[in-house]
Design a protein around this ligand. Structure first.
Ligand SMILES: [Zn+2]
Length: 74
């Protein structure tokens, strides 16, 4: 799974669907998530969540943030 694969998977979901998965995941612990398989130093590779397809950069920043709850009218 490369970062591109993760972003593609996330992009195939609609925003509401992804938001639901994201909230179902609860708090993510990046240390426990798998890393993407790409070149470069292993410790620099982004991690991803295989449930909601959210990617986290090596320093823990969200790569592809979910929609904001106010976009769903919540
Ligand atoms: Zn998740």
């Amino acid at each position: 799974m490369t970062l591109e694969d993760v972003l593609n998977r996330a992009g195939q979901m609609n925003r509401a669907e992804r938001w639901i998965l994201w909230t179902a995941c609860g708090t993510h612990h990046p240390d426990s998530l798998p890393r993407t398989e790409e070149g470069g130093a292993k410790t620099k590779r982004p991690r991803y969540c295989p449930r909601c397809w959210t990617a986290f950069s090596a320093d823990g920043v969200l790569w592809n943030p979910q929609c904001l709850s106010n976009e769903l009218g919540l």
